[in-house]
Design a protein around this ligand. Structure first.
Ligand SMILES: Cc1cc2nc3c(=O)[nH]c(=O)nc-3n(C[C@H](O)[C@H](O)[C@H](O)COP(=O)(O)O)c2cc1C
Length: 204
């Protein structure tokens, strides 16, 4: 079963989280991750004039763009985004808006979905971003999967990691590395999506 990990990332933090979610998926027999990104909306001239944005693009140059078939074929889906004013990025939302044909066909109904996010500041969207992104996923009929408190890192973290989904505190310059606790919560989401996706496949 394929677990689609679809994300947007400007500077690379959410991309690194996507790779950790993929590690969690790989821990489950019968599941394999597929990491995909979405079209950029920032003008190329703006990217070219910012070294950190250019580095972020370069890091992700080999990641394929997601297709509607990727969404159809997936047994579970993880959505990753940096926070933008406490909310989902326009790039990921733009892709979700293009799921309308699948919405009309009910093609995503019953698929488990998880969310992972990165923010610059500790209280600037770690919780509002996953919670608000849940609304469109519920419209699409997806079953929201979070991370339970049996993952001890949710209790001990001094940075990212929420029951609504993994999160990363990237810091003001978006350069803070993902720490061990944040990474553990990322892997836990990947594992859980894979396990629940496989269970649901068996039932249908
Ligand atoms: C337009 C814009 C709005 C942002 N809004 C927030 C915000 O509300 N709260 C916050 O903590 N960080 C905010 N950030 C910072 C990003 O969330 C941060 O750079 C991101 O998590 C880094 O992820 P990336 O490396 O995957 O791009 C904003 C950044 C931009 C460009």
């Amino acid at each position: 079963m394929k677990v689609l990990i679809v994300y947007y990332s400007t500077y690379g933090n959410v991309y690194k989280m996507a790779k950790l979610v993929a590690e969690g998926v790989r821990q489950v027999k019968g599941a394999e991750p597929a990491i995909r990104t979405v079209p950029e909306l920032i003008p190329q001239s703006v990217i070219e004039s910012h070294e950190d944005m250019k580095a972020g693009r370069q890091m992700q140059k080999d990641v394929p763009l997601v297709t509607l078939d990727d969404f159809k074929e997936a047994g579970a889906i993880a959505f990753g985004t940096p926070t933008r004013f406490g909310n989902v990025s326009a790039q990921l939302k733009n892709q979700i808006d293009q799921l309308t044909p699948l919405w009309f066909a009910g093609a995503l109904e019953g698929k488990p979905a998880g969310i992972f996010v990165s923010t610059a500041s500790l209280h600037g969207g770690q919780e509002t971003t996953p919670l608000t992104l849940m609304a469109p996923l519920l419209h699409l009929g997806m079953i929201i999967v979070g991370v339970p408190y049996s993952v001890q890192e949710l209790l001990t973290t001094q940075s990212g990691g929420t029951p609504y989904g993994p999160s990363h505190l990237a810091g003001q310059e978006s350069k803070r590395e993902i720490d061990l606790q944040e990474a553990t919560v990322c892997r836990a989401l990947g594992r859980r999506l894979a396990e629940i996706g496989l269970l649901l496949q068996k039932k249908s």
